[in-house]
Ligand binder design. Structure first.
Ligand code: HEM
Length: 209
């Protein structure tokens, strides 16, 4: 390709709309850091009063002891909630969330899952999510809402009594909070493996293209 054609091709790439707009990338990475802090500090808090007959290894917990874990948890929760609100409101107002994540049907999920499991899923157009991605992203957004709501109920069960009642009281809210965490942690493992398997998608979530 001669240098003029090369320059034209580069200009065309520059004009192409970003795969992920700036607000999506910023809120995504703030969310990733805040989530990791919430999970690590949450495991520290859990270890002080375990719900189940196991605790988390101290190497993967944050804060050093119960009070340290609580401080990290309460600091990062505001970042997580405010950042999540920006992402949700911007996504709803611009219609981006609907365009990107809907529609999704059981039939399309099964079809894309079958294609993915045989290694034939196309990653040619990163601006369009496949049905399995749509379902997982919708699932983790719902889990995000549930974990914040149940967390508020555990934090202030008396002041926010109707919310706590919704989860079956304080103990129920603790259980729901734990299982929402488990879902998000599992999602995170699968999500990071997929991102590493398709490094172009990681680049797009950093640089936009
Ligand atoms: C820390 C490690 C993480 C990495 C490396 C990562 C990587 C990525 C990448 C590459 C994409 C774009 C996927 C594509 O274009 O096909 C993406 C999208 C997404 N990620 Fe992550 N992510 C991380 C953490 C998280 C966490 C903690 C959550 C939520 C709990 C999350 C939720 C999402 C969602 C909902 C999308 C879709 C965003 C949209 O288009 O609106 N990610 N992630």
């Amino acid at each position: 390709m001669n240098s003029l054609a090369e320059a034209e091709a580069q200009k065309a790439v520059g004009r192409r709309p970003a795969i992920h707009s700036l607000y999506v990338r910023i809120t995504h990475w703030i969310n990733a850091v805040a989530m990791l802090i919430m999970i690590g500090s949450g495991w520290q808090i859990y270890n002080a009063s375990p719900l189940f007959p196991f605790t988390f290894p101290s190497e993967v917990t944050l804060g050093g002891w119960l009070a340290g874990g609580l401080l990290w948890h309460f600091a990062a929760m505001w970042v997580l909630a405010a950042n999540g609100l920006v992402y949700l409101v911007a996504g709803l107002v611009t219609g981006r969330l609907r365009r990107k994540l809907l529609p999704v049907s059981a039939r399309s999920v099964m079809a894309d899952l079958a294609v993915a499991l045989t290694g034939r899923l196309s990653h040619a157009d990163l601006s369009v999510y496949n049905a399995v991605q749509k379902l997982l992203y919708l699932g983790v957004l719902v889990a995000g809402l549930v974990i914040v709501a149940s967390g508020l109920a555990v934090w202030k069960p008396v002041q926010l009594r109707p919310l706590a009642v919704l989860f079956g009281g304080y103990e129920g809210a603790r259980l729901v909070h734990f299982f929402a965490m488990a879902f998000i942690a599992l999602f995170l493992v699968v999500h990071v493996v997929m991102a590493l398997l398709v490094p172009r998608s990681l680049r797009a979530m950093v640089l936009g293209r």
